[in-house]
Write a protein that binds this ligand. Structure first.
Ligand SMILES: O=c1ccn([C@@H]2O[C@H](COP(=O)(O)O)[C@@H](O)[C@H]2O)c(=O)[nH]1
Length: 229
């Protein structure tokens, strides 16, 4: 079983270094907008040089030409995984993939954010379909564009596996230990549910980064995710 991806939602290099110093093993970490917009590509290179795998979660969504050029730049960072919004369309996703060509970086698409409920999707996005069908639709479009997988909640993971194939990545945020607060997330699940319901990867932020003992919380989540608990 692969490692849980830890969301490094910090605003400075200092906080990241302090956090990572608590671990004695190579991790799979996620660098998102908060950190990237403060510290930029240099910190990505530093984390990579420390031996950690990186998911660069910048969720690109723009016209195809802009996304292709941006991805050409990101390809040079040597990250393991990055992403776009599927709502940008098949043409944009194909352009993103072209931008990454020649690199080892895998590309996935955000379907519907795990902070979005069905009601919000209907009213904010004026999508009449069910949230499940919208996610599945975006996953099929990402597959059509040649992407490696999608970001989805646990609730859609099994249907995506069936429609797009088992090897198509289902990267799942909104992971919470049982009894933890949902915060701003709407479609949440425990690490165990994610394993049993077909996610291929889990992304965990606050349950680890805000913990009094991040290494212990990570260990517990990792064990639950890999079925050792
Ligand atoms: O649909 C999505 C896409 C990305 N995220 C990101 O994952 C983490 C989740 O953090 P938690 O503290 O565990 O809620 C965060 O960095 C988001 O930007 C997501 O939650 N949902």
């Amino acid at each position: 079983m692969n490692k849980p991806i830890i969301a490094l939602d910090f605003s400075s290099k200092q906080q990241v270094e302090e956090f990572l110093s608590r671990f004695n093993e190579p991790l799979f970490v996620k660098v998102g907008m908060e950190l990237f917009y403060q510290e930029g590509p240099d910190l990505v290179r530093t984390i990579k040089a420390m031996g950690h795998d990186i998911f660069l979660d910048l969720k690109l969504h723009d016209i195809p030409n802009t996304v292709e050029s941006a991805m050409r730049g990101l390809a040079k960072l040597g990250v393991d995984l990055t992403n776009v919004h599927a709502a940008g369309g098949v043409e944009m996703m194909e352009a993103a993939k072209r931008g990454l060509s020649g690199s080892e970086t895998k590309l996935i698409a955000v379907t519907q954010l795990t902070s979005t409920s069905e009601e919000q999707m209907h009213s904010d996005q004026l999508i009449a379909a069910s949230l499940h069908d919208s996610v599945l639709h975006y996953a099929k479009k990402a597959k059509q564009a040649g992407l490696d997988g999608v970001v989805c909640s646990v609730l859609e993971a099994a249907a995506i596996s069936e429609a797009c194939g088992e090897s198509f990545m289902r990267v799942t945020p909104g992971i919470r230990p049982a009894d933890a607060a949902a915060d701003d997330q709407k479609r949440i699940a425990t690490p165990q549910e994610a394993r049993l319901k077909g996610s291929t990867h889990i992304v965990v932020g606050r349950a680890i980064t805000k913990s009094e003992n991040p290494a212990a919380s990570y260990g517990q989540i990792k064990n639950e995710w890999s079925g050792l608990l």
